[in-house]
Write a new protein. Structure first.
Length: 198
């Protein structure tokens, strides 16, 4: 092999290696998660009536109702110009009781996100401490605009629940709740949250 031919092959090899490095770098850049993706919650999907288990919380959404006004078990009355969506759940901690609770409890209607009200105090399970192996049964109450329930736009509504206030890089339980055909009562009274197996 002549020196000229050897030099040509070396250059071709170098160009091929450089092309491979560029292609690999391009692939890495296109498939690497963005900052928002690597900090995103780890969604765990479920359905009404089934237990959905995350890293440190297990929840079953049992029932969903709506009313113009709600009376909590402790006597608190929620009057509103909108409506209340009451979601009855069973929740418990899974691994540890340290800082365990439903710190994130949201109802998502399209692009709008409503947090569960903590105004009813101990008559709701929102932000209530959870124990391992001792489920608590009780309501979450979401105040929404009057025209939000029922409406066609709420067929794809979801309840999102997490054991932490900031669910980034943690599990986020996602349960669809079709509110498009939900009848709205004038008033509902919620049961007192109770602990223990049923």
């Amino acid at each position: 092999m002549t020196p000229r031919r050897r030099e040509a092959l070396r250059r071709i090899g170098t160009a091929a290696a450089l092309a491979a490095v560029i292609a690999t770098a391009s692939l890495i850049l296109r498939t690497a998660p963005t900052e928002s993706e690597w900090q995103a919650p780890i969604e765990v999907h479920g359905r009404i009536g089934e237990e959905v288990r995350g890293r440190n919380v297990a929840v079953t959404v049992e029932d969903v109702r709506a009313a113009r006004s709600v009376t909590a078990s402790n006597g608190w009355v929620g009057e509103t110009t909108g409506a209340w969506v009451v979601v009855d759940v069973t929740a418990e901690a899974v691994v540890t009781e340290i800082a365990a609770g439903l710190r994130t409890a949201e109802l998502v209607l399209g692009e709008d996100v409503y947090s569960a009200s903590t105004r009813p105090g101990l008559a709701t399970v929102a932000d209530r401490p959870l124990a391992v192996g001792i489920p608590v049964h009780g309501p979450l109450m979401f105040e929404v605009p009057r025209d939000a329930v029922p409406s066609e736009g709420t067929a794809d509504a979801v309840v999102r629940l997490a054991a932490t206030v900031d669910a980034r890089t943690d599990s986020l339980l996602v349960i669809p709740v079709d509110l498009s055909r939900l009848s709205v009562a004038d008033a509902v009274t919620t049961d007192e949250p109770v602990e223990g197996r049923r």
